[in-house]
Design a protein around this ligand. Structure first.
Ligand code: NDP
Length: 321
């Protein structure tokens, strides 16, 4: 496994990071979830990402159980606060001081740890003053409940303002967690250059486009049984944007490129996001331990310029920018 610094901090994380959205506490049984975590640890992954909202808090509980007994100093555990939708009490949401303070305590309890390495604002809250949010994060860091702060799906301007306030308040905001893959490149124009300037790294989600870039979904054919596109507990909805014949046809054109590079299509997709210098880690999910074993082999792979342009040519106009 290769490790990269997160932002301009001294924290090193595994460039392939294991995420448990839609899997732990939901799509996969706890026994399989534990096997996936074990496969990740065996493969050298040390960084694990979850959120309070995943499986309505169950994902944190499953991850906490699966990591129990591991040496805490060898792990980086990341979680998040504030998901905008869903039935919750009026204060059980948002980035208010009250919700941040209550949510971090719940997360630590479920994860069975005294601190998380990175605590992330899952979305930007337009209704709470940013100063209040940042002051609460400063206090969470001062209390030792989180070591560093990150954000997710914030715009370049929001990241800039967040970093400015974090400096004023004496803590480190070092990461941004956006969607990024060969098919979804919207961060390249603004978020990446602004972050690079400010010493903020990207930890990117859905690098395999939720499984689509593995090539297993074929145009005109039903998705394989048990795959995320068939998952009725929530996955099928989010993956729909990629489940179109024009996209799936273009994706199949990546197969010979992956073959020539000696990689599987999933490995090519992961290696592609890691090619971006501002990306500290590809946040990869798995419903089976074998997927972890396959995906982790993308660590350390570097693609040459010819491969990168062949990928652009193969995907053409289905890329979202
Ligand atoms: P991926 O693009 O890595 O998709 C993972 C899914 O693809 C797996 O669950 C599996 O689904 C399938 N898959 C993985 N490897 C292979 C393989 N080798 N061959 C075939 N299929 C494969 O990322 P996710 O969408 O799961 O997101 C990763 C993580 O990012 C999350 O767990 C979470 O931590 C984070 N995230 C953050 C968000 C945010 O807003 N900050 C939003 C979404 C995710 P299956 O087998 O069921 O088809």
């Amino acid at each position: 496994m290769e490790f990269r610094y997160l932002g301009n901090s001294g924290l090193k994380i595994s460039e392939i990071t294991y995420g448990n959205w839609l899997t732990h506490g939901s799509q996969v049984e706890n026994e399989t979830a534990t096997k996936c975590v074990q496969a990740a640890l065996d493969a050298g992954i040390s960084t694990f990402d979850t959120a309070d909202v995943y499986a309505n808090t169950a994902a944190e509980t499953v991850l906490g159980e699966a990591l129990k007994g591991e040496r805490r100093e060898s792990l980086e555990i990341f979680t998040k606060v504030y998901w905008p939708t869903g039935p919750r009490g009026k204060n059980d949401t948002g980035l208010s001081r009250k919700h941040i303070m209550e949510s971090v305590n719940g997360s630590l309890q479920r994860l069975q740890t005294d601190y998380v390495d990175l605590y992330q604002a899952h979305r930007y809250d337009t209704e709470t003053p940013l100063e209040e949010t940042m002051q609460a994060f400063a206090d969470v860091v001062r209390q030792g409940k989180a070591l560093y702060i990150g954000v997710s799906e914030w715009t370049a301007d929001q990241i800039r303002e967040g970093v400015r306030l974090s400096k004023e308040m004496g803590f480190q905001l070092i990461s941004s967690q956006p969607q990024y893959s060969m098919l979804w490149r919207v961060i390249e124009d603004e978020v990446v250059p602004t972050s690079a300037e400010l010493g903020v790294s990207q930890i990117v989600w859905s690098p395999i486009a939720q499984g689509v870039l593995s090539g297993k979904y074929l145009p005109g054919e039903a998705p394989p049984a048990g795959s995320r596109a068939t998952d009725e507990k929530g996955g099928a909805d989010m993956i729909k944007r990629f489940m179109r014949d024009d996209v799936l046809t273009r994706v199949q054109a990546l197969k010979p490129i992956a073959d020539d590079a000696g990689l599987t299509m999933a490995q090519l997709a992961i290696a592609w996001v890691l090619q971006n210098d501002n990306v500290a880690a590809a946040l990869v999910g798995a419903s089976r331990p074998e997927q972890v074993g396959e995906n982790v082999k993308a660590a350390g792979v570097r693609l040459d310029a010819d491969v990168m342009s062949a990928i652009d040519e193969a995907l053409g106009d289905v890329v979202e920018r």
